[in-house]
Ligand binder design. Sequence first.
Ligand code: R5P
Length: 326
Amino acid sequence: MSEIRLSSEKRLRLFAGRGFPELADEVAAELGIPLTPTSAYDFANGEIFVRFEESVRGCDAFVIQSHTTPVNKQIMEQLIMVDALKRASAKRITVVAPFYGYARQDKKSRGREPITARLMADLFKTAGADRLMCVDLHTSQIQGFFDGPVDHLFALPMLANYVGSKVDRTRLTIVSPDSGRVRVAERWSDLLGGCPIAFIHKTRDPRVPNESTTGRVVGDVQGQTCVVIDDMIDTAGTITKAVDSLFEAGAEDVIIAATHAVLSGPAVERLKSSRASEVVVTNTLPISEDQKFDGLTVLSIAPLLGRAIREVFEDGSVTSLFDGHS
Ligand code: R5P
């Protein structure tokens, strides 16, 4: 014998930051494994310490963290976890960021601005990540910022199936709240039997964050049930202005559907007082009890994350999860 052989088996381990432990628990339940025991705490000055309480050598590590408020802390914690895994000889490290923080900063709108979505990808790579897994990136090209595989998952089939089961599809119009999301509206339409689409001509002052000026509705929404879609609801300014515009243009009913419920500042009040009959989101980010209201429906993203993690681990196909839906 001139060599030593090992019949090595791949081992999947799931690690969770402190951003949204309930979602991590749900994903762990989907996979049928416990989270790897982890100690994490903050020093008095805010620095974060993380240590895994079991050996991680040689494992296929999936590190789930929701980039919820305070977003910089959650990101830093995930970076530190990746660093710890790299230094403890994990075989492969996948960053699972259901909501990818800073995704909106994906280009320079004016000179002397950062491209922070790219910086995020560089930070994860430098920390030791081999791949990324995210849900509904603000723009698909962010995948190209990371030098490695990116599993870009879509909540669209789940949201569309839910909405489609509740409405009269013969009077349905899918509405993009801006011209940039028309392609996504087309995918919704494809899934829901080719219903018409409309969009809202929106202008935004790039110097003022979270402020948009909603313009006119492009498309006929008279007497229609409109589903206005977006990747995220942050302050809810964009989406509630869209709802107002749709009613002004003669819509019969409006449903809001978005993947990421960031729900900052006035969002909940704006959504509660909007005329939309239902707000449908996923739980890529935590929604506290006091943020919940009548008419809010939260669909769990955990089954999709669980299936995607399993496909990656087994060298299967993530694309197959969306066959016919992307
Ligand atoms: C913008 O391009 C995004 O897709 C969202 O429409 C926007 O970030 C939502 O922010 P807000 O809820 O604060 O209007």
